[in-house]
Write a protein that binds this ligand. Structure first.
Ligand SMILES: NC(=O)c1ccc[n+]([C@@H]2O[C@H](COP(=O)([O-])OP(=O)(O)OC[C@H]3O[C@@H](n4cnc5c(N)ncnc54)[C@H](O)[C@@H]3O)[C@@H](O)[C@H]2O)c1
Length: 269
């Protein structure tokens, strides 16, 4: 019987999530990182840092057919590399799911995937229940709501600053209530979870989003409420961030790795 060869992936990015993917390749021994794709201006520095890895700055330098590409970089990277990879028949795991709030880009990626016979793979990221929420669409969903509660300082650098005095806040304050589409547009740095919930459930225009600055909390808390023919669901997660990037939940990295492992393990769960 032929032995299964250890597959190689293309890793896009070299930040916090990408480091976890490289570590998982070594610790599980189930896949290799065949190449790391970085921005041109970072090429030399990353080559020096990632000794032993093939580091490239263009898809033209990809000299093997990867099992898949794991995007762990940015919305720009999804736009920059996604269509070409999918058109070449290379499946793509996307961590920067907020990029798909741009309907035009989502359509372009889907068209490229159809053309190449490839798949766009969207891991659950930082939140639980995405599998259940998506399954529930089959029976019909009547309401999906996502609440993002963070310490006031976590909302600095967003339009929340113009609505609230974040430094003086004594009690929890809701500063945004609206659709997932407007939330992703106005708060792009916080768009990943809203986009994931929207794509799994009722879509960007029918998913309600609430954003709260709460001085009583120290971590980022995500809540998902959904109702439909399946019943009712209310999930809360207080995720711990990665040490290497306090803005990224550790679960976001683990769910990207899980998506890769599901492609290489015999049992998919
Ligand atoms: N789905 C979720 O729930 C979820 C949660 C957290 C983070 N994320 C997303 O995952 C991505 C990675 O997160 P991170 O914590 O590793 O970020 P990070 O800032 O630590 O690392 C990102 C890396 O990607 C590189 N990069 C950016 N644009 C690039 C491009 N066009 N081409 C090549 N490389 C590029 C950067 O140089 C950097 O090394 C981010 O986009 C983040 O928004 C998703």
């Amino acid at each position: 019987m032929p032995r299964r060869e250890r597959p190689s992936i293309l890793l896009i990015g070299h930040g916090a999530v990408a480091a976890e993917v490289r570590a998982a390749a070594l610790s599980t021994g189930l896949f290799d990182v065949g190449a790391v794709l970085v921005r041109h201006e970072k090429l030399g520095a990353v080559q020096a840092e990632l000794n032993g890895y093939r580091v490239i700055d263009s898809l033209a330098d990809l000299d093997f057919q990867p099992l898949l590409a794991a995007e762990c970089a940015s919305h720009t990277a999804v736009r920059q590399y996604g269509p070409a990879l999918l058109r070449q028949g290379i499946d793509m795991v996307v961590a920067s799911i907020g990029a798909l709030s741009d309907e035009g880009l989502h359509r372009e990626l889907e068209a490229a995937a159809m053309e190449g016979g490839a798949k766009l793979i969207l891991p659950a990221g930082a939140v639980p229940g995405i599998d259940a929420l998506n399954a529930a669409t089959l029976g019909g969903l009547t309401r999906v709501s996502y609440i993002s509660r963070k310490p006031p300082a976590a909302w600095k650098g967003t339009p929340a600053e113009t609505i609230l005095d974040l430094d003086a806040l004594k009690d929890a304050a809701t500063f945004y209530t609206g659709t997932a589409r407007a939330a992703a547009r106005d708060y792009p740095k916080n768009a990943n979870v809203a986009a994931t919930v929207a794509l799994a459930g009722l879509g960007f225009d029918a998913t309600e989003v609430r954003m709260i600055a709460d001085p009583a909390v120290t971590t980022n808390i995500h809540e998902i409420e959904a109702s439909g023919a399946f019943g009712d669901m209310h999930l809360t997660i207080k995720g711990k961030p990665l040490k290497s990037n306090p803005k990224t939940s550790s679960l976001a990295a683990y769910s990207t790795i899980r998506a890769i492992l599901n492609r290489v393990r015999v049992t998919e769960i």
